[in-house]
Design a protein around this ligand. Structure first.
Ligand code: EPZ
Length: 430
């Protein structure tokens, strides 16, 4: 089993290129099957979740041609089956986007219920409510979610909770429903906008993505397109906090600074300098950072996917911080791991109380999920001594070459798969 072994203490300095947004790409890849024409998608991140989704798509007859590591050509004219029972699909959340896409195009979908990071209960009742409102019958049988309709029709749908997944999934199916659909209380995340832009580039008629009301006039046919996925704002934010926690100076390139506003605001608040350029942000942390309070909220609020990264940074800041997680109930599992590194943290319900310490020290920790895993790597980079991070398979789901990018910024980090390699690293780093 692979691990990261990290010798902390080096400030991260230099430039890093951000990859395409995983969560946008999942929605876009699924939506790409809705045309029989060939679709080119660029700026795809080369990460596990994306590769699993592509394999699942191949398993139902989608022709997948990888042009480069980050570009893929898809043709879905020969889809032979609307039943997706590719075993590994259970491991990823984004597989649920195939339900909306298959239902929209073929009026029928059977997909293994999605899995994903264990960050709390992750119901899909809102997705189902939306599909039903569009005229589908939805049942769950033998671990599959089965949706069928004689025909899909437009509808007026109010989402009780702001949900990224439900917004994208219902919007995708409605793009090929008959008539007009209005979805209210939508998620406004950049990836919702990116999937809408992608569908529109194939001839869909979607308006309002990025606001809380999305209006869709269904079309009968979608056509070929070439599309480039937006940069990953969570990967970008992760490197921004890595710069902050290690007292570094990092230029984070290939980003849309507007998507990073909530992260930038918090970094400024805790004492970093953040300079914005057209497609880059530079984060400099010259002195010890100070405490703050933060509550996760749907976009444009502070993202839940950036909660662990600020949490570990605040563990080293002067004073006491309060972090409130309002989206997923199980996103503080990394706090126990952080405590092993000497952090002063206490979790009470959906709140973590963090009193900054002068130093963290290396320890053996496990990544409990994708973002928390990345956050523990940040803690390790800032800590004294050597840290081993286990279960990095979670991190690899969403970060492309995390170790390589960090090394290019001066981090001492190595991916190892046995004791001998770990020992070699320890000897080399002294
Ligand atoms: C997406 O998950 C992301 N995943 C998550 O990123 C991200 O944390 C989350 O949005 C919030 O931004 C993908 O895009 C694949 P939601 P999703 O539906 O769509 C409740 C990462 O690290 N809810 O916006 O599953 C739900 O319980 C991952 O990259 C319902 O009640 O999240 C939660 O409290 C982790 N019923 C809230 O809505 C539903 O039917 C928001 O969840 C759906 C959701």
């Amino acid at each position: 089993m692979e691990q990261y072994i990290i010798k902390g203490g080096n400030p991260l300095v230099g430039e890093v290129e951000i990859s395409g947004a995983k969560n946008a790409a999942l929605g876009i890849l699924a939506a790409a099957i809705m045309t029989d024409d060939t679709v080119l998608i660029e700026n795809l991140p080369d990460v596990r979740d994306i590769n699993v989704l592509l394999e699942a798509m191949e398993s139902i007859g989608v022709r997948v041609e990888r042009l480069t590591r980050h570009a893929v050509m898809l043709n879905s004219a020969q889809i032979g089956d609307v039943r997706v029972d590719y075993e590994h699909i259970k491991r990823i959340r984004g597989s649920y986007y195939l339900i909306g896409a298959l239902l929209g195009k073929y009026k029928r979908a059977e997909v293994l219920l999605p899995g994903g990071c264990n960050i709390g209960s992750r119901p899909i009742d809102l997705h189902i409510k939306g599909f039903k409102a569009l005229g589908a019958k939805v049942t769950i049988r033998n671990g599959f979610i089965i949706a069928k309709a004689d025909h899909l029709h437009g509808s007026h749908i109010f989402l009780d909770t702001v949900s990224v997944g439900a917004t994208i999934n219902i919007m995708t199916a409605a793009a090929m429903a008959e008539g007009y659909t209005i979805i209210e209380n939508c998620a406004r995340e950049p990836h919702v906008v990116d999937v809408a832009n992608f569908l529109n580039s194939m001839g869909a008629n979607i308006k309002g993505a990025g606001t809380d009301v999305i209006r869709i006039r269904g079309v009968q046919r979608l056509h070929r397109t070439e599309y480039s996925v937006i940069p990953d704002q969570i990967e970008a934010g992760t490197f921004m906090f890595a710069a902050a926690a290690t007292k570094g100076d990092v230029m984070v390139k290939n980003v849309i600074p507007k998507h990073l506003e909530a992260t930038t605001a918090k970094l400024l608040e805790i004492g970093c300098e953040v300079e914005e350029f057209d497609s880059a942000v530079r984060v400099v942390a010259a002195k010890r950072l100070c405490s703050t309070n933060v509550k996760t909220l749907p976009y444009p609020g502070y993202p839940t996917d950036m909660q662990p990264q600020i949490g570990v940074t605040l563990a080293l800041a002067r004073g006491t911080s309060i972090v409130t997680e309002s989206i997923f109930e199980n996103r503080f599992k990394y706090m126990d791991e952080l405590a092993r590194m000497g952090a002063d943290v206490r979790v009470e319900g959906n709140t973590a109380i963090i009193t900054g310490v002068e130093k963290l020290s290396g320890a053996c920790v496990s990544a409990p999920d994708l973002r928390a895993g990345a956050a523990l790597v940040i803690a390790a980079l800032a800590a004294e001594g050597v840290t081993v991070v286990d279960d990095i398979v979670y991190i690899q789901r969403g970060y492309e070459e995390f170790d390589v990018k960090l090394r290019s910024l001066g981090a001492e980090i190595e991916k190892v798969s046995n004791e001998k390699e770990a020992l070699k690293f320890r000897l080399r780093c002294g």
